[in-house]
Unconditional design. Structure first.
Length: 671
């Protein structure tokens, strides 16, 4: 499949990510960069909530339901705006035509830097990422397409052989299920990853930078370009991690932080408060439905700024002697902390996340250096060792300068905090590990937080460096020439903008286009390279076989097989039901019995009984196993042809080392 063939799916997904949000935000009479930065989160919120509401109403989740939900949401927003006589406003700094042009130019210039390494790394748009989480997300989208149920309250059913409904954040899956054309799930996933990395993320970061430095016009142009250069996010999270929902939630975090900055700094301009509250809640809903870690990322990275504001409010109330409001304000963090502790110990989803065992693998000092210079996870073979020296130094030196300025100090502190979170996750086990429990204590997820404020501070450094260079090398400010003058040395002046662009060009030239080869290698490792691994999830020929199973197997076929043999992909690739549709899950006792005793076929009558009760017709086997020693395979040891009585299985399909057998032992009178 060519990339030209994938364009229709990409355009459809682009519309799905932006049109619902733009419709609702415009109906609420909001404008500026905000509506483009927040639109994807609002879209996920609207569509994700609609999918939850559709299930109990008996509505099949499809494009018509999504359009209806968007229309209703936009009409409600318009009614509120009309009745409340809301004026056209933005949340954040306003954008003139020149600012908008700079943002647009910056985004266009960033696209080759961000798109091409992903395109070449994936090789083809229909190749799936062959990693652990990829199987789950492919199967979840297939399940939505098959059942018409996109509710986050039920999506976890895909991780159960009995399809028992349970919670799993489904906002990303809901959007993608509407964008699947010709059942090409992998194409939609890959195109959504490009949209996330190359459009949603840079616009989101530009909005945050604009809220932090509203007078830095050069920042509007260079931020999308800088956002394209990191491995930690989005490259690693959409390849090795294949944490697409988590990555989407993280891409929304800069928008949330930017709104927080504006709300605290310009509280008097947040009018009307009802509109602000509803917009913020909708963005939070979209972030949470993409993945709840996005909300926790926002809370953690906003903590320094919020804490400063909080302490100032307490001081004001103390001086004024207003005891009631003071006590209520003091109680807020106590209630929040108490609620989280209760949730961690009582809510199964929280217990699962916090109970996940992720071991550290290096010293804290080594982890700190990796975080600063975007060279994470090198010691365990899934990272990169090529440092992003120039960006790390800009952020490090810029953060030291920021500490001297009260209005920017919180940015430096947040940058250090994001590095500390990665150090806790990647470093040796310590009593601090529970702090990062909301992210499974996973350095991949936590590493993705570091680029946010690295970019913010790097932009700050470049703009200030350009001004410093001008003051040292030009006499225009003193000459009084009409096209120069001192005004052009201001952050938004023509010369600082031009000089900042020049500095970025120099950086690109000196870093091989922000390590484009390394970013491409990161994608190749988990797409193309995996197809050639002896112990990869599937090989190229096997992948073609899986895609055609709906044509080569009977309509009533159902497969059992060790999910790490590639069997789990059968459901996602062709829609053939499988007992184990994900690489790990909550398996019933019967499913675990089959997993442990299938190779007793012909001897153990319980095996045939379960096969007949479940309607299982075929067995999938492959001598190669993906991560063969992983603990999740403990109940799969019997899913092999070894020791199976001759004549019990009939080979019907094969590709590479993978084979599919028809189960004959249980169809005879003996079974």
């Amino acid at each position: 499949m060519s990339w030209w063939d994938a364009i229709p799916a990409g355009l459809l997904l682009l519309l799905l990510f932006y049109v619902p949000g733009l419709a609702v935000l415009s109906a609420a009479r909001l404008k500026g960069l905000l509506i483009f930065a927040a639109a994807p989160a609002v879209s996920v919120g609207v569509l994700g909530l609609a999918a939850i509401a559709a299930a109990p109403l008996g509505l099949h989740w499809n494009l018509l339901v999504g359009i209806a939900a968007t229309s209703v949401s936009a009409i409600v927003a318009l009614l509120f705006a009309t009745v409340g006589r809301w004026k056209w406003r933005t949340i954040g700094p306003g954008n003139g035509k020149r600012d908008s042009a700079l943002i647009g130019i910056g985004l266009v210039l960033s696209l080759p830097l961000s798109v091409l390494p992903i395109k070449y790394g994936m090789d083809r748009p229909d190749i799936p990422a062959l990693t652990w989480d990829s199987v789950y997300h492919h199967s979840a989208i297939r399940w939505i397409l098959e059942t018409g149920n996109g509710s986050s309250l039920a999506l976890g059913a895909i991780g159960s052989d009995l399809r028992s409904p349970r919670y799993y954040p489904g906002g990303w899956h809901d959007v993608l299920s509407l964008g699947v054309l010709n059942e090409q799930i992998s194409v939609s996933i890959n195109m959504s990853a490009i949209i996330l990395a190359c459009i949603i993320w840079p616009i989101s970061m530009t909005y945050l930078v604009q809220c932090c430095f509203p007078n830095f016009r050069a920042a509007f142009l260079i931020t999308p370009i800088l956002a394209a250069g990191f491995l930690a996010f989005p490259a690693r999270m959409i390849s090795y991690g294949t944490l697409w929902p988590t990555a989407l939630g993280l891409a929304f975090v800069p928008v949330l932080i930017g709104i927080t900055v504006f709300a605290i700094r310009d509280a008097g301009h947040v009018r009307p408060k009802l509109r602000f509250t509803v917009v913020m809640l909708t963005i939070l809903a979209g972030t949470g439905l993409a993945h709840p870690t996005g909300i926790f990322s926002w809370l953690y990275l906003s903590a320094p700024l919020i804490s400063i504001y909080y302490l100032r409010r307490i001081a004001i109330l103390r001086r004024s002697g207003r005891r009631g409001p003071l006590l209520r304000l003091i109680a807020i963090p106590v209630v929040i902390a108490g609620s989280l502790v209760v949730a961690i110990f009582s809510v199964p989803a929280f217990r699962t996340v916090f109970g996940f065992q992720s071991q550290g693998f290096e010293s804290g000092a080594q982890a700190m250096g990796e975080a600063i210079f975007d060279a994470m996870l090198g010691p365990i073979g899934h990272g990169n060792t090529q440092e992003f020296w120039v960006m790390g130094l800009l952020a490090l030196l810029g953060s030291l300068r920021m500490l001297a300025y009260r209005q920017h100090r919180w940015i430096a502190v947040t940058y250090y905090f994001s590095i500390a979170l990665y150090m806790i996750a990647a470093g040796q086990d310590s009593f601090l590990r529970p702090i990062v429990g909301f992210w499974y204590s996973d350095p991949v997820r936590l590493g993705g937080l570091v680029p946010i404020f690295t970019i913010v501070i790097a932009v700050y450094s470049i703009v200030n460096l350009s001004r410093w260079l001008l003051t040292k090398t030009t006499t225009l400010a003193r000459s009084g020439r009409d096209w120069g003058g001192a005004d052009h040395l201001k952050p938004g002046g023509l010369l600082p903008v031009s000089t900042a662009i020049f500095l970025v060009v120099v950086m690109l030239a000196g870093t091989n286009l922000f390590r484009a080869d390394v970013r491409q290698d990161r994608l190749e490792a988990d797409y193309v390279d995996h197809l050639g691994w002896a112990q990869g999830l599937v090989g190229w020929d096997e992948l073609q076989m899986l895609r055609n199973l709906d044509e080569t197997l009977p309509p009533d076929a159902k497969i059992v097989g060790d999910p790490t043999s590639g069997a789990a992909f059968a459901y996602a690739m062709s829609g053939i039901p499988t007992v184990f549709s994900t690489l790990s899950g909550s398996w019933s006792s019967d499913a675990r019995y089959l997993g442990n005793h299938f190779n007793d076929l012909g001897f153990d009558q319980n095996v045939c009984r379960l096969i007949e009760e479940r309607g299982i017709t075929h067995f999938y086997d492959d001598d190669a196993r993906y991560l063969p020693d992983i603990v999740h395979r403990k109940d799969m040891e019997g899913l092999t042809t070894i020791d199976i009585e001759e004549g019990s299985l009939k080979l019907v399909e094969s590709a590479g080392t993978a084979r599919i057998f028809e189960i004959e032992a249980c169809s005879s009178d003996e079974g």
